[in-house]
Design a protein around this ligand. Structure first.
Ligand SMILES: [Zn+2]
Length: 342
């Protein structure tokens, strides 16, 4: 089994030779370039170049390619700012009120915002190293989180609280689902091996499990089914403690769930057996603030729980901050390589 076959086996919940390692490191990649992040995140060649630079250092099996949480929001008409040393952020949502949802049009994903630059980056990476490793063209935000971004978080939470908005919210979620689908299709065409969706705003740290089950879960489940039918595999990301929705999270049918250290990993691992792969769960905070020895200890603990039964990809629980010591990331990768062999 070569490296790519091993990763495929892992995602397909089959026997593999080693635990694949994925790095959620787009900020670290940008930091390595020693130019403002904003310049990199708006240029496909530089996005690819930054990922390649990091790959030379870390030799990770899966490259998680993205520029944060604002790519689709921008494509849908939100105003996005690209700071020098942070991920892009949404300065102005596209919707003033939920009822404006009916005026939204699904953008042309070959032209909208900086989407063409992301597609360019994926194509370059696929060509350069796509025979060796997996290119994870991240699908940015999932239906619920993107809906929250398009309306602005406060307005969205207020809209959710009122029964009368149910129809409009569902219309918005249907729109965001279509946007994500179009993006995922273009990413796959560009050479992405699987995609992702960030749904942290649907997690228990932000909304109640009741809201998650009413609005996020049904759309996610249906959406993932459609993607899988098209042969597109997907990782779903919810950081924070997801213990109260873990069963639903797995039931969405996501091929991979991405969780962080706040969730009960042992329990999640037990529940996911034969159902989905888990990516995580080393704390990004520990990677940034801890000593290499602490990182090693945490990685050993993680891999000892994760390795059992194969369906596990070692990585950080969320995006690794740009100013994280390289030595710490290397220590996680080296420890994972050593202990990750079956
Ligand atoms: Zn996260």
């Amino acid at each position: 089994m070569n490296r790519r076959e091993n990763i495929e086996s892992c995602i397909d919940l089959k026997r593999c030779d080693f635990v694949p390692i994925a790095l959620h490191n787009f900020l670290v990649c940008a930091e390595l370039m020693k130019i403002p992040y904003g310049e990199i995140f708006t240029d496909g060649k530089l996005i690819a170049g930054s990922q390649l630079k990091a790959y030379e250092i870390f030799d990770n099996d899966i490259l998680m390619v993205e520029v944060g949480i604002a790519t689709l929001a921008e494509a849908c008409g939100c105003t996005v700012e690209y700071p020098d040393r942070e991920a892009p952020w949404i300065k102005k949502p596209v919707l003033e009120k939920i009822s404006d949802v009916r005026y939204l049009k699904v953008p042309d994903m070959t032209k909208a915002g900086h989407v063409p630059e992301m597609l360019k980056a994926i194509k370059i990476l696929k060509k350069e190293i796509g025979d060796e490793v997996y290119i994870n063209g991240r699908g940015d935000q999932g239906p619920f989180s993107l809906a929250a971004e398009l309306l602005g978080m406060n307005n969205f939470l207020m809209a959710l609280a009122e029964e009368k908005n149910e129809e409009d919210i569902k219309m918005l979620m249907d729109y965001t689902r279509k946007v994500h689908l179009k993006y995922a299709i273009e990413l796959a065409k560009a050479g992405s091996d699987f995609t992702s969706m960030g749904e942290s705003l649907a997690g228990p740290d932000v909304v109640s499990p009741l809201i998650y089950r009413k609005y996020a879960f049904p759309f996610e489940k249906e959406h993932i089914e459609r993607l899988n039918k098209r042969g597109i595999k997907i990782a779903s990301h919810i950081c924070g403690n997801v213990d109260s929705i873990i069963e639903d999270f797995i039931n969405t049918g996501a091929n991979i769930i991405e969780i962080d250290e706040k969730t009960n990993f042992e329990e999640a691992k037990k529940l996911s057996a034969g159902r989905c792969c888990i990516l995580g769960v080393v704390s990004p905070r520990l990677l940034k603030m801890g000593s290499p020895e602490e990182v090693e200890k945490e990685t050993i603990k993680t891999i000892n729980i994760g390795k059992e039964g194969y369906n596990f990809i070692l990585g950080a629980g969320c995006a690794i901050p740009g100013d994280t010591p390289i030595e710490n990331i290397k220590r996680m990768v080296d420890t994972g390589r050593e202990l990750g062999k079956y």
